[in-house]
Design a protein around this ligand. Structure first.
Ligand SMILES: [Zn+2]
Length: 217
């Protein structure tokens, strides 16, 4: 877990949105290898092992995420990494992009393309090791991310809660990619569609607070 991405993570429990605090840690090259994140609101602690933060609630840790909504991985296999980078508009190294589930299998190939922003893998596939530029979280259905935190998100399943949270987590103007069978969540405008997937663009967040800066003097 890249230390700068901790700011974008949110406690998954049902209370007001809260950032997380790094409790204990072993850090190498600004990536947290082992440790824990704590929630200052509900006092929950989330372990970090092998660079992956486990943000699942206790009852979800004993069982892995339900599979029925998952789409065949052919959607992911059909898309070369450079096409995925283009669909997600990853043409510079600013911010970070999120790869959900099987899309994480493209992480190494994406990182070989430069420039490339840091990548956050949600529920990374087996056998993908975290490395510089690569962070991981395990999550429930909703992505545990701050509103508008990510520049782009690729989702590999059709779970409506996951898609809605992916739309929330994407900044205005940012891209979303999801399987064609997934319905397009609120706040996302379809840009392109193939037999296997669609590409959308996040519209402005209507609920976002507008902060007025008054210049004095
Ligand atoms: Zn909490």
């Amino acid at each position: 877990m890249f230390i700068e991405l901790v700011d974008a993570l949110r406690c998954p429990r049902a209370h007001e949105e809260s950032w997380l605090v790094l409790a204990t840690s072993r850090i190498r090259a600004r990536h947290i290898q082992e440790g824990a994140l704590g929630c200052p609101v509900c006092r929950a602690e989330y372990p970090i092992r092998d660079g992956i933060v486990d943000l699942r609630l206790d009852d979800a840790r004993s069982v892995s995420r339900a599979e029925p909504a998952r789409v065949d991985s052919g959607v992911v296999d059909d898309v070369p990494a450079d096409h995925l980078a283009a669909m997600l508009n990853l043409s510079d190294a600013l911010g970070f992009a999120v790869l959900v589930g099987e899309w994480g299998r493209h992480a190494d190939a994406l990182l070989a393309l430069e420039p490339m922003p840091p990548l956050l893998l949600v529920d990374p596939p087996e056998g993908i090791a975290m490395a510089p530029g690569l962070s991981g979280v395990r999550a429930g259905s909703a992505l545990p991310l701050a509103v508008g935190a990510a520049r782009a998100v690729a989702v590999d399943d059709t779970d409506t809660e996951r898609l809605a949270s992916a739309a929330q987590a994407t900044r205005a103007g940012g891209r979303l990619v999801a399987p064609a069978r997934a319905s397009i969540p609120d706040g996302v405008r379809e840009l392109a569609r193939t037999e296997r997937l669609w590409v959308g663009e996040r519209e402005a967040h209507p609920s976002a607070l507008v902060r007025l800066h008054v210049r004095r003097g």
